[in-house]
Design a protein around this ligand. Structure first.
Ligand SMILES: Cc1cc2nc3c(=O)[nH]c(=O)nc-3n(C[C@H](O)[C@H](O)[C@H](O)COP(=O)(O)O)c2cc1C
Length: 362
């Protein structure tokens, strides 16, 4: 559907070439200091048309906050944020042709109606709304010193050899391709530009870390934290897989290699990625996300049109050569939303928590 979350819940609206996109966030507690600069900064990181590693579609993505904030603080009412679409070019899109690997095909067959303009609702233009909701989640998490950081550790066939503890999140923040490994910044850029020049696209891999998570986040059994994270991240366009902690690698290990031993109230390693039994254990929550290459490429490809005819299609228009780059910002936002939701849900998980809240307020 178009909503995500239980206590911290957002609904997104809008299409790629409609008038606007946006979100309504319900469940943000009252009294959180509203940081408009953070909201705009996160949107700016995702916004298109900033450099040659993203689509040339230039959008300002200026957020307007319509409700739920008064005199600089959240009021507990739904917060609605709207972002206008200003640089649409619908004539670039064929009314009747399905782009290979794009959701044009499945949306048409599911709904029987087609907003072909920029992919309509299936376009990742919608992901700006997720980033706006994610910024609100970050404002809440900040109050608990929880921070979510992300960056790119692999593009195409190039992967960083660094361990996750060596990733440079500060470098990634200011890198045009959000590279977590300074030494690979140029190689990542070269790979993307090589694919772009060849009228092609390329896949990428993203690492996300939740710093300083509180122990106890996650609602067993059907809303385990890792399953919620997977739900949130797999819902981002073009994500094909995620891993928590050592993920797939742990299936090649002995228990003695994979087990995170405990000493002096600390884990000596973090193969679990900070989640045990669907509940955060207080260690970093580490997630890898795998993005496929952008479906829209400019090479001739076989496809079909709405009439069912086989055709050779050479697409025109503006597209990201590597969606994993801007996608990393969206993943970061979705993780923040998951953690904010888990934080609010956990407040009523045991009597002590509840007593602390109500006794203090008596
Ligand atoms: C930030 C971001 C930007 C994207 N930009 C494009 C794009 O310019 N062209 C395109 O064909 N797909 C783009 N995509 C991916 C498609 O939206 C997506 O692959 C498509 O809807 C099919 O869905 P699926 O890959 O999740 O199965 C983008 C994805 C993200 C996360």
């Amino acid at each position: 559907m178009n909503s995500f979350g239980v206590r911290f819940k957002f609904t997104s609206f809008g299409e790629s070439h409609g008038q606007a996109i946006g979100c309504v966030v319900d469940g943000m507690p009252a009294g959180v200091k509203f940081d408009f600069d953070l909201l705009q900064e996160m949107l700016n990181k995702r916004k298109p048309g900033q450099n040659s590693f993203s689509t040339p579609r230039k959008e300002e993505d200026k957020a307007q906050v319509l409700s739920g904030v008064f005199e600089g603080y959240t009021t507990g009412a739904p917060i609605s944020i709207i972002i206008m679409n200003e640089n649409t070019r619908s004539k670039d899109y064929e009314k009747d042709v399905f782009r290979p690997a794009h959701a044009d095909f499945t949306y048409y067959h599911k709904y029987g109606i087609r907003d072909y303009r920029g992919g309509g609702r299936s376009s990742a233009r919608e992901s700006a709304a997720r980033v706006a909701a994610g910024a609100l989640a970050c404002m809440l998490l900040r109050e608990f010193d929880i921070e979510v950081v992300s960056g790119v550790f692999g593009v195409g066939k190039i992967d960083s050899c660094l361990s996750s503890d060596e990733f440079d999140f500060d470098h990634a923040k200011n890198s045009e391709v959000f590279a977590l490994d300074q030494n690979l910044e140029q190689s990542f850029k070269d790979e993307i530009l090589k694919a772009k020049k060849a009228k092609n696209s390329i896949g990428a891999r993203v690492f996300t870390r939740v710093k300083n998570p509180i122990k106890g986040l996650g609602e067993p059994l059907y809303d385990k934290l890792d399953s919620k994270l997977a739900h949130a991240i797999m819902g981002v366009n073009a994500v094909k897989a995620i891993e928590i902690g050592s993920g797939i690698q742990s299936t090649y290990m002995y228990g003695s290699e994979n087990n995170d031993e405990l000493k002096n109230d600390r884990f000596l390693s973090n193969h679990s990625g900070g989640v045990l039994g669907g509940i955060s254990n207080g260690d970093f929550i580490d997630i890898k996300t795998y993005f496929k290459p952008t479906p829209s490429i400019f090479l001739p490809q076989q496809t079909q049109n709405i009439q069912g005819e086989n055709i050779i299609y050479e697409l025109k228009g503006r597209h990201d050569p590597c969606v994993g780059i801007r996608g990393s910002v969206v993943v970061n936002a979705m993780v923040a939303i998951c953690i904010a939701d888990a934080l609010l849900l956990n407040a009523s998980s045991n009597l002590n928590n509840l007593k602390q809240i109500y006794k203090k307020n008596k």
